[in-house]
Design a protein around this ligand. Structure first.
Ligand SMILES: Cc1cc2nc3c(=O)[nH]c(=O)nc-3n(C[C@H](O)[C@H](O)[C@H](O)COP(=O)(O)OP(=O)(O)OC[C@H]3O[C@@H](n4cnc5c(N)ncnc54)[C@H](O)[C@@H]3O)c2cc1C
Length: 384
């Protein structure tokens, strides 16, 4: 029996394990999923944890459920090295050999002491810390933004700003609240093309949120309560929410699978390593290499596309899971919802400089879509 090893049990890894469980024939593969965490987190819902709309147990499931549901062997360990020439993965619990390897280790946050106490809810722990800070939020000058780009979910800092605006109104402190999104981009969502810039400008105006573009934050002074840009601009705040730097996990960075900037190298549209026939990369660990934003929706479609190829190799059966390069990010904007829809096909194949994107909304229905998708995600992958 061939062994498929999946590194990471986040969006991409959990979908890959479930699709192997659903689509492969009994006994066709031994599937081993390695993750250092015992949990699968649905990361978009960290924002709802931060505003007290969700409890941690509502937005995560034990990876062990994959074992019960699909027979996946879930191995809790930290991946420390990948040796594709020996078809071996090194972990702190020992080595694991594979016939096929799917790398879905995502991106990780860089611990930045400078912004301690202001971290954005990009993991569960800072989401819970932000919830505590928001309990006493009573308006004032709010700044929200990332230290650098790329980071998980490009529109999410804007979503945070819109949600805080709504919170301020709900608490009756909107009059004395000024919200600013700062960003290294000169224009809001500029790498997503002119339609998105236009749409986000309109949204920011409607919500009365200021945008400070071209702001590469180089320093945070918690005593003076200012953040400072490379060009000397300063933003004073009473309440700051800062997205830390992201980087690729060390095990990938130090492996022969990495590009010069550390993220994993893959060939489009297969998502396979250019050098190793039986190794694929999906999700955030490859997003910067191929020019995609870091989004779960891409990890999801890529996982299905890769599983389809692995089954085809063994069985010679085309399952028809073509790589769908269309993504959608639904935002809770407080009053209602909105969605960023993008087709990256032409951009990824060099036929266009930017993806074809639309900003849809706002409508109450989009909030319902966001709630519905969260439910679908857990039911589809974990059965509850
Ligand atoms: C606030 C927020 C809002 C978001 N909103 C959206 C949205 O609306 N739509 C959307 O499409 N996406 C959204 N995203 C982005 C989405 O969550 C990520 O793009 C997606 O989770 C990436 O999937 P992945 O499988 O590549 O990595 P991840 O889901 O990050 O999974 C990586 C896994 O690898 C494990 N791991 C990492 N390193 C090691 C190691 N060395 N050893 C063992 N295990 C390891 C981790 O524990 C983790 O389980 C959002 C993210 C955030 C933070």
């Amino acid at each position: 029996m061939k062994r498929v090893v999946i590194l990471g049990g986040g969006s991409g890894g959990a979908v890959a394990a479930s699709r192997l469980g659903k689509w492969a024939r009994p006994g066709e593969f031994e599937v081993v999923l390695i993750d250092r965490s015992e949990w699968h987190d649905f990361r978009p819902s960290y924002l709802w944890v931060a505003v007290g709309k969700r409890e941690p147990e509502e937005i995560r499931r034990p990876l062990a459920l994959l074992e019960q549901r699909y027979g996946t062997r879930v191995f809790r360990a930290t991946v420390t090295g990948i040796r594709p020439e020996a078809q071996t993965v090194e972990t702190d619990q020992g080595n694991v050999e594979y016939d096929y390897l799917i790398v879905a280790l995502g991106a990780e946050l860089v611990d930045t002491p400078d912004v301690a106490g202001c971290e954005a809810p990009w993991e569960l722990a800072p989401a819970l810390e932000l919830r505590e800070r928001l309990r006493t939020f009573a308006g004032g000058r709010v700044v929200v933004g990332p230290l650098s780009w790329p980071y998980r979910c490009p529109p999410a800092p804007f979503e945070v700003a819109f949600m805080l605006k709504y919170l301020a109104e709900q608490r009756g402190v909107a009059e004395r609240t000024q919200i600013t999104v700062f960003h290294p981009w000169k224009e809001p969502m500029e790498t997503f093309g002119p339609q998105m810039v236009e749409g986000f400008r309109r949204f920011l105006d409607d919500f009365g949120v200021h945008f400070e573009g071209g702001f590469v934050c180089v320093r945070h002074d918690p005593d003076r309560k200012v953040i400072v840009a490379a060009d000397g601009r300063e933003l004073e705040y009473d309440f700051a929410i800062i997205v830390p730097h992201h980087r690729v996990p060390e095990a990938v960075r130090n492996s022969p699978l990495a590009t010069a900037d550390g993220y994993m190298d893959v060939v489009l549209p297969s998502m396979r390593s250019p050098r190793y026939e039986t190794v694929w990369g999906i999700g955030d660990v490859v997003a910067p290499t191929i020019g995609l934003g870091m989004a779960g929706v891409f990890a999801h479609f890529q996982a299905e596309h890769v599983v389809s190829q692995i089954i085809d190799r063994e069985r010679g059966a085309y399952l028809g899971e073509l790589y769908n390069m269309v993504g959608i990010c639904v935002m809770d904007t407080g009053y209602m919802g909105a969605a960023v829809w993008c087709n990256f096909t032409d951009k990824l194949f060099g036929r266009a400089a930017v993806p074809d994107c639309r900003l849809l909304g706002g409508m109450r229905a989009f909030r319902a879509v966001k709630v519905g998708f969260e439910r679908y995600w857990f039911a589809n992958l974990f059965g509850r």
